[in-house]
Write a protein that binds this ligand. Structure first.
Ligand code: BGC
Length: 424
């Protein structure tokens, strides 16, 4: 039996500027990676040189059979100093968008994917009341210049991600270092590193507010207000662009006694924000695995479970469950804006993709409006603190030569995309 997907379904892959472009020198992450004693395993450096090689990469996607590309525009390149726009960066992204168009690839643009210009961090980052206006002003500039080429825009990537990070950091601050897998040496290194970070940004350690950091309730409100203020402006400037946000969501499950904590996790991660999302045109879902709750909280991944390079459970069936959950709470089209697996065993990537797609197909068959699937990631890339060692890509990259090597999974997924059919 074969599974037929609807005409017009968007089949794509995702990247994020900082993880693939290279030399994102005006961003906070660049500063943090390049500090002495950095907590980053390695520097992003040239990354996979996508800034230079985007044309080839986009043509390769088309050749493989994909028809969509989710990528991010880098705020730190567009506005390297407050209020100063770099026209050559705007021109660069215009060319990226044109390359998509030339290759019949529908672009899905993200305006903020974790990295922030250094100047905005100096001014209080993602805890500053001024941040929504700053972000909206940058979105205004991008959409005024490029909106005509952008059919879909995601304002902020994984707007809810700092909730989990905050929990881990708070446990650490409360002295539970062992509990969060941090030994005393590491804790001391972190302390010194935070002092270096604070010096580099010229603000006290407790006032460094990068996107992937400890977040207060007020900070969460800042992020979601940045989304709604950006949405208002984008809608005025580019009325034909569909606007959404992306959120990171686990397939939340419970064993007996864990139901209440699981319900609380869903409230925290998604439901508390639905008011901010109600005027969006679509929802961008990012899912990688499940999380299971027991009476004492989240359970560890069982020893006998298959694990990914990230230490997550290999659990592609979680995607279907999350889509079904979201569709009960948000009445709008859903794009899977990220889903994937870090592994060197490409056969398992193929199995992951097939299982994820079967789940999407079942949802569509039940009338849930899933309109596209953007696999994470197009290319093996810079996995933030973990460097280049985690391989999520459909395409391998030899970083010494920057030569691209599509993996069997790229061809497998490309065949599904170009035929609209998944063999069951
Ligand atoms: C992020 C990506 C990241 C991926 C895999 C998502 O949380 O949006 O930037 O590389 O997960 O960890």
């Amino acid at each position: 039996m074969t599974l037929q997907f609807p005409n017009g379904f968007l089949w794509g892959a995702s990247t994020a500027a900082h993880q693939v472009e290279g030399n994102n020198i005006h961003s906070d992450f660049w500063v943090m990676e390049n500090l002495e004693g950095s907590m980053f395993k390695e520097r992003s450096g040239d990354a996979v040189d996508h800034f230079r090689l985007y044309r080839e990469d986009i043509a390769l996607m088309a050749e493989l059979g994909l028809n969509a590309y989710r990528f991010s525009i880098e705020w730190a390149r567009i506005e390297p100093e407050e209020g100063v726009y770099d026209e050559s960066a705007i021109e660069h992204y215009r060319n990226v968008l044109k390359a998509c168009n030339d290759n019949n690839i529908t672009p899905i643009v993200t305006l903020h994917h974790f990295t922030t210009p250094v100047w905005a961090i100096r001014l209080g980052g993602w805890e500053s009341e001024e941040m929504p206006a700053r972000f909206a002003r940058y979105c205004d500039k991008v959409m005024s210049e490029l909106g005509e080429y952008i059919p879909y825009v995601c304002t902020i990537n994984e707007a809810n991600i700092s909730i989990g990070i905050t929990k881990v950091m708070k446990r650490h601050q409360a002295g539970g270092t062992a509990q969060v897998g941090i030994n005393t040496d590491m804790a001391a290194r972190m302390q010194t590193y935070m002092e270096e970070v604070s010096k580099a940004f010229g603000v006290p350690p407790e006032e460094v507010h990068s996107f992937l950091g400890l977040r207060t309730e007020k900070g969460l409100e800042v992020i979601f207000r940045a989304h709604t203020e950006a949405r208002t402006i984008i809608r005025q400037i580019s009325p034909n662009t569909q606007i959404g946000i992306t959120m990171s969501l686990y397939d939340v499950q419970s064993i007996p006694g864990g139901e209440e904590i699981a319900a609380h996790a869903l409230q925290e991660e998604l439901l508390q924000f639905t008011d901010y999302l109600k005027d969006d045109d679509f929802f961008g879902l990012q899912n990688y695995t499940r999380s299971v709750y027991g009476p004492d909280g989240m359970l560890p991944v069982p020893d006998d479970a298959e694990k990914t390079q990230m230490g997550n459970e290999f659990y592609p069936q979680g995607l279907e469950a999350v889509i079904r959950y979201i569709s009960k709470h948000l009445d709008k089209p859903i794009f899977v804006t990220e889903n994937g697996v870090a592994t060197d065993n490409d056969e398992r990537r193929i199995a992951f993709i097939d299982r994820a797609l079967r789940g999407i197909h079942a949802c569509i068959a039940d009338g849930i409006p899933v309109q596209g699937y953007m696999h994470w990631s197009l290319l093996d890339n810079f996995e933030w603190q973990l460097g280049f060692s985690k391989r999520f890509g459909l395409i391998a990259v030899d970083r010494a030569t920057q030569v691209r090597h599509p993996k069997p999974s790229a061809n497998h997924y490309g065949n599904i995309a170009s035929t609209n059919v998944l063999a069951d």
